[in-house]
Design a protein around this ligand. Structure first.
Ligand SMILES: C[S@@+](CC[C@H](N)C(=O)[O-])C[C@H]1O[C@@H](n2cnc3c(N)ncnc32)[C@H](O)[C@@H]1O
Length: 309
C-alpha cells in the first residue's frame, strides 16, 4: 500500500460540513442553547447586522431562522477575539479588516463530497471525449469548498482521456480561505472516499499509514491539474483567464437571492466559450436568467443566441 506524509492533524481532514461550534452530533453545543443560557449577549439587532454584513460582502442571504446557527458559528470568533458581546464584535469589524476573513469564513456552508450529483460528471466525460476545440480544455470550479469537486473533475478528465496527463486545466476558487487551504493540501479522511470504487482510490489517492492511518492524499499527478485561488462571486469582475470551456458553479447560488444570481450569471456569460457549458446544483434553476442561459438538460446550461458570440 502506498504511503505518504499525511499529517493526522492536517487542516484538510476536517469533515467539510463541520464548522466551529459543531458537536458532530454529540448534543447541543454550549453556544446553541437557549438565549437565556447563552455565553454572549446576541440581540435581534445584532443578528440583523450580521445578515446585512454577510449579504453585502458575500451575497449570502441568511434566513431569519438561522439565528442559532449564526450565534453558534460566531461565538467562537468572539472567544478568539476576547469580545464580551456580539455588539463588541460587530464594532470590531468596523476597524479590524483582518477579522473580516474569519467572519466570512465562519458564515459559509461548505458541504460537499466526491462525485456529488454524479450525473454532471457523466455529461462532462462525454463532452471531454468529443471535444474538438482548443487545448488545454479549461474548467472553472467556482465554489470549490474543501476540494472534493475540483478533484472529482480532475479524476473525470483522467478517466475520459485514459491518462494521468489529460489536456485539461482546472481553476478552483472559493471565497472561504480556510477551505481553500484544506483543498490545496489535498488530504481527506478515509471515510470521505468510502463509497468510491477501490480501483479509483488506488489510481488517484495515496493512503496514509502509521500515524497518518485513516487519511488519504490526492496523488501529485492529479493535484497538478488543479490550481486554487480566492474569488468572491460578488466581485464585479473575476480574476479568471477566459474564455473557459466549462463552469461548475454548484450549490452556492442557493445562498444568493435572484438579483445576485442574475448579476453573477451576467459575469459568467462572457467568460464562457460559445459552446461552453455551465453546471448548476440540482436544486438550482436559472430560468429567471433566460436571456443569458438556456437549459441543456438536468441543471446544465448553455449560452443563448444573444450571449453566444
Ligand atoms: C455548499 S458549498 C458547495 C461546494 C461544491 N460546489 C459542491 O457542490 O459540492 C458552497 C460553497 O460556496 C462558497 N461561497 C459562498 N459564498 C461565496 C461567494 N460569494 N463567492 C465564492 N464562493 C462562495 C462557500 O464558501 C462554500 O464553500
Amino acid at each position: 500500500m502506498a504511503s505518504t506524509t499525511v499529517r493526522a492533524d492536517a487542516p484538510g481532514v476536517r469533515g467539510a460540513e463541520d464548522k466551529p461550534g459543531s458537536t458532530g452530533g454529540l448534543g447541543t453545543p454550549r453556544s446553541e442553547r437557549a438565549q437565556g443560557e447563552r455565553e454572549f449577549k446576541f440581540t435581534l439587532a445584532d443578528f440583523d447586522k450580521v445578515r446585512k454584513l454577510i449579504y453585502d460582502h458575500a451575497g449570502i442571504s441568511l434566513a431569519p431562522a438561522k439565528q442559532d446557527m449564526v450565534y453558534s458559528r460566531l461565538a467562537r470568533r468572539l472567544r478568539a477575539c476576547g469580545d464580551a458581546t456580539f455588539a463588541d464584535y460587530l464594532k470590531r469589524l468596523e476597524h479590524d479588516r483582518g477579522e473580516w476573513e474569519n467572519f466570512a469564513n465562519s458564515l459559509t456552508t461548505n458541504l460537499t463530497s466526491f462525485f456529488r450529483e454524479p450525473h454532471h460528471f457523466e455529461v462532462l466525460a462525454e463532452e471531454l471525449k468529443n471535444h474538438k476545440g482548443a487545448r488545454p480544455i479549461k474548467i472553472w470550479c467556482a465554489a470549490s469548498s474543501t476540494g472534493e469537486e475540483p478533484y472529482t473533475l480532475a479524476i473525470t478528465a483522467c478517466e475520459a482521456f485514459r491518462t494521468m496527463d489529460p489536456p485539461v486545466r482546472i481553476m478552483a476558487s472559493d471565497i472561504d480561505t480556510n477551505v481553500l487551504r484544506q483543498a490545496e493540501e489535498g488530504v481527506f479522511r478515509q471515510d470521505r472516499i468510502d463509497r468510491m470504487d477501490p480501483e479509483r482510490v488506488r489510481r488517484f489517492f495515496l493512503k496514509g499509514s502509521g500515524a497518518q492511518g485513516g487519511y488519504v492524499k490526492i496523488r501529485p499527478e492529479l493535484a497538478r491539474l488543479v490550481s486554487f485561488r480566492q474569488v468572491n462571486l460578488l466581485d464585479s469582475s473575476y480574476p479568471i483567464q477566459g474564455p473557459v470551456d466549462y463552469i461548475f458553479c454548484r450549490n452556492v447560488m442557493i445562498y444568493f437571492d435572484k438579483p445576485t444570481q442574475y448579476a453573477v450569471l451576467k459575469r459568467f456569460a462572457p467568460l464562457l466559450k460559445p459552446d461552453g457549458l455551465l453546471f448548476a446544483g440540482h436544486s438550482e434553476s436559472f430560468l429567471h436568467a433566460a436571456d443569458l442561459f438556456k437549459s441543456r438538460g438536468r441543471t446544465v446550461y448553455e449560452l443563448t443566441n444573444a450571449t453566444r458570440r
